[in-house]
Design a protein around this ligand. Structure first.
Ligand code: GLN
Ligand code: ZN
Length: 739
């Protein structure tokens, strides 16, 4: 049985790529220094795969910044504005990735790669502007493997996925380009070195509901590519979901192999393979490429054996579920983990070995899956309906119309970060740290009073990261020392690991929020990160169902919320920025997902008194399809990212008859531009055309932690000025109406 992985992390086990990129950008290293580091990393990845005993090494997956960006060059689809005559290819590449201040070019936007935390650069194909396709990167990577004596498998992002994820600003119908792309893919494949006998075309878009045009163009496009591959083996790769909706185009493509992400397949594999055309093999992605645990070899081997019995050994391949890009590189760099815990983990290097060894593993019993009887705690029912709560809250909170607030965090200055790192390294005492953080909270409250905001926050100075901070203060989490995973370009994150039952053993945020509340007469809003977001931004345990972990986190947060309420905190916000991002790809799973996600949110909030106002925040701006679930959260106020199509968002809320408070992000915190008061009052005016004034809240579109203080204060001041102005107008209008 042949074995392979879908891709290896580019970043390096010691984040070599990150440092090489940063040195290059800072002018401390030349392009050829950077390319040398890249070549070493590619060779290291080939060596790891070959030493592990895999049948192929994957080539073409390495990227200096991002594979979608690489694909734009391969296809000759570099947007016109990045192609100044005097720019070198490297200058264009990094201008698209990060912007070019000298030439006044903004970077292309980024988006999350399906439901992962990896960000890709969003292509902007243009029907009227084309460059020469450029296959040099692909060819040279594959040739590098050949030169060093490895058996390469070439990897390309498929045309349907590329187009589906692109932003059609310059083109009416993206699928018009399919024919042309097919030709370019054919040309790319034809000039691969003859030694390359296996080609992987990634089409994860097959795990979603395809647009009709994509469906129609898929088969002819891929048939052409298949012809161009002639005697090379061609694999169509799906991952992160179940492609069951799209089996027809898969079977009709003529490809030799279909790769399935077994960690996401909900249907019986026997049914899937019973329809498999005789020419097609299955690559079974049994080694989870998105998590850090060792594979349950008994279970994986059981599946491989079943496939082998039905299809024969030559028609089955053993593989990682997706690219290993989404897990850290090497467990051997973890020196602080407790022995048994470390022993239960496998990172990319170890997963290569697992994949290679699985076929010869003795069939055996499946691992130690804990029998989990989900507690399924009931949602409390004593909270009154919104209309009743609203009156009570109006009396206790006494807020003006169009109340102003922020999303929670204030600038995380260098001073705060150094305070935290000195505390963690033991350089300063717990008391010094605590008084340092309190000083920040004190200043934050004074600033907000001066600005005239209505609902204040403590500013989250104690939080390194909104998910990690909660992990650090709950039982059941552990932290890796070098478990870096690429988030985009040179940026890496080190997600917390949920390895045991989650429990709250001490208050998490209570001390800081109580202190903030003691400094002002105005209402202070406590901010908690919600269960789905904490789980989504961590590595999850696999021995119990995901919703059981959510429930444990929810119950821990409920304890915190109740104590905050007892301490007299009148408003509690549960942030769920990952509420939509954590959604499974397959639409048939959405209902189930949202039921669990909503239930866990309400486990936290449903025990609170009517007088406690529940807020939620989501960094999201396309609510149309999920409106029923948003309503079921039963929050008193939701703040959202209005995005560029702000009116579209409000229209979703209006149309669905949403009755509670809405804070449509008034300005974009990702930009350093300071919006004027006139501009903002204009925006409020437009919001009021969609949403009755009683429902409108005024706030920025997300937390302010990445901004500087100067811009933050100016922008917030303009926001408050705009709100006050609009309040005045509303009052006049009402008086007129009455008079
Ligand atoms: N409360 C968080 C903050 O203000 C929310 C961040 C987010 O939505 N990503 O930073
Ligand atoms: Zn946000």
């Amino acid at each position: 049985m042949q074995t392979h992985i879908l891709g290896f992390p580019s970043i390096g086990s010691r984040r070599e790529l990150k440092f090489a990129l940063e040195n290059f950008w800072a002018g401390k290293a030349t392009l050829s220094d950077l390319e040398k580091t890249a070549e070493n990393l590619k060779l290291e990845s080939f060596r790891t795969q070959s030493d592990a005993g895999l049948s192929y090494v994957t080539a073409g997956d390495f990227s200096l910044y991002d594979r979608m960006l690489d694909t734009m060059f391969m296809l000759g689809l570099v947007p016109r504005r990045y192609t100044f005559g005097d720019m070198t290819k490297a200058e264009m590449y990094f201008a698209m990735a990060r912007g070019d201040a000298l030439r006044n070019l903004a970077a292309l936007p980024m988006k999350k790669w399906f439901n992962t935390n990896y960000h890709y650069i969003v292509p902007e194909p243009d029907i009227t502007f084309r460059q020469e396709p450029d296959f040099s990167k692909l060819t040279s990577d594959v040739s590098l493997a050949v030169e060093h004596g490895y058996a390469p498998k070439a990897v390309l992002i498929g045309p349907a996925t590329f187009l589906a994820l692109s932003n059609p600003v310059w083109i009416k119908n993206r699928w018009e380009l399919m024919d042309e792309l097919a030709e370019i893919y054919c040309a790319a494949i034809k000039q691969l070195p003859a030694e390359c006998k296996f080609i992987q075309i990634d089409e994860p878009i097959l795990c979603t509901e395809l647009e009709k045009e994509a469906w129609l163009s898929f088969i002819p496009t891929h048939r052409k590519i298949k012809d161009a591959a002639s005697d090379r083996k061609l694999m169509l790769t799906t991952y992160f979901g179940d492609p069951l909706l799209n089996m027809t185009p898969i079977y009709e493509s003529g490809y030799d192999v279909i790769h399935l992400d077994i960690t996401c397949i909900r249907h019986d594999m026997k049914d899937i393979i019973s329809e498999l055309p005789a020419h097609m093999s299955v690559s079974a992605g049994v080694v989870n490429g998105r998590n850090i645990w060792k594979t349950d070899t008994g279970r994986a081997k059981g599946l491989l054996d079943m496939l082998e019995r039905r299809l024969g050994g030559e028609r089955v391949m053993c593989a990682s579920s997706c690219s290993l890009l989404h897990c850290p590189v090497d467990i051997r760099n973890e020196n602080r983990l407790e022995g048994t815990l470390k022993n239960s983990m496998a990172f990319a290097v170890q997963k290569c070995r697992e994949t290679a060894a699985l076929p010869s593993h003795m069939a055996g019993a499946s691992g130690t899956a804990v029998q989990y009887t989900a507690a399924k705690t009931e949602i409390a029912t004593d909270r009154s309906p919104y209309s009743v709560r609203r009156k009570i809250q109006e009396e206790t909170l006494c807020l003006p119309p169009l109340p102003t607030t922020t999303i929670g965090s204030f600038p995380q200055t260098q001073h705060i970060r150094s305070l935290r790192s000195r505390f963690k390294s033991g350089e300063i005492s717990g008391e010094t740290y605590e008084s340092g953080i309190k000083k920040e909270i004190y200043d934050n409250i004074q600033r907000q009073i001066k600005l005239g905001l209505d609902v204040l926050v403590h500013g989250e100075p104690e939080r390194n990261d909104m998910a990690e901070y909660f992990g650090e203060n709950l039982e059941g989490f552990c932290f890796l020392e070098n478990g870096w995973v690429q988030s985009y370009g040179s940026r890496c994150v080190k997600p917390p690991v949920i390895h045991g039952d989650v429990r709250r053993v001490k208050p998490i945020t209570l001390k800081w929020i109580k202190y903030a509340a003691s400094l002002t007469e105005k209402p202070v809003k406590a901010i908690l990160t919600g269960p789905v977001t904490i789980a989504k931004w961590s590595f999850m345990r696999e021995d119990i169902p995901q919703e059981a972990v959510w429930e444990q986190i929810a119950l821990a947060l409920r304890g915190e919320a109740l104590e905050l309420e007892q301490a007299g905190i009148p408003i509690i916000q549960i942030d769920e920025p990952a509420f939509v991002e954590a959604m499974p790809l397959g639409i048939e799973m959405h209902e189930h997902y949202f039921n669990d996600a909503v239930r866990c949110f309400r486990l936290v909030t449903s025990v609170l008194k009517d007088s406690t106002q529940v807020h939620t925040h989501m960094c999201y701006s396309e609510f149309d399809r999920i409106m029923p679930h948003i309503k079921r959260l039963d929050a008193d106020v939701i703040s959202i990212e209005a995005g560029r199509s702000e009116m579209g968002v409000l229209e979703s809320f209006r149309r669905s008859g949403y009755k509670s408070g809405i804070g449509a992000g008034l300005y974009d915190i990702h930009s350093s531009r300071i919006p004027t008061a006139t501009e903002l009052s204009g925006k409020i005016d437009r919001i009021l055309k969609y949403i009755p004034a009683e429902q409108v809240w005024i706030n920025p579109d997300c937390g302010l932690k990445t901004r500087g203080w100067g811009e933050t204060l100016s922008a917030l001041q303009n926001m408050v000025t705009a709100a006050v102005l609009m309040r005045g107008r509303l009052k006049k209008k009402n008086e007129k109406a009455i008079g």
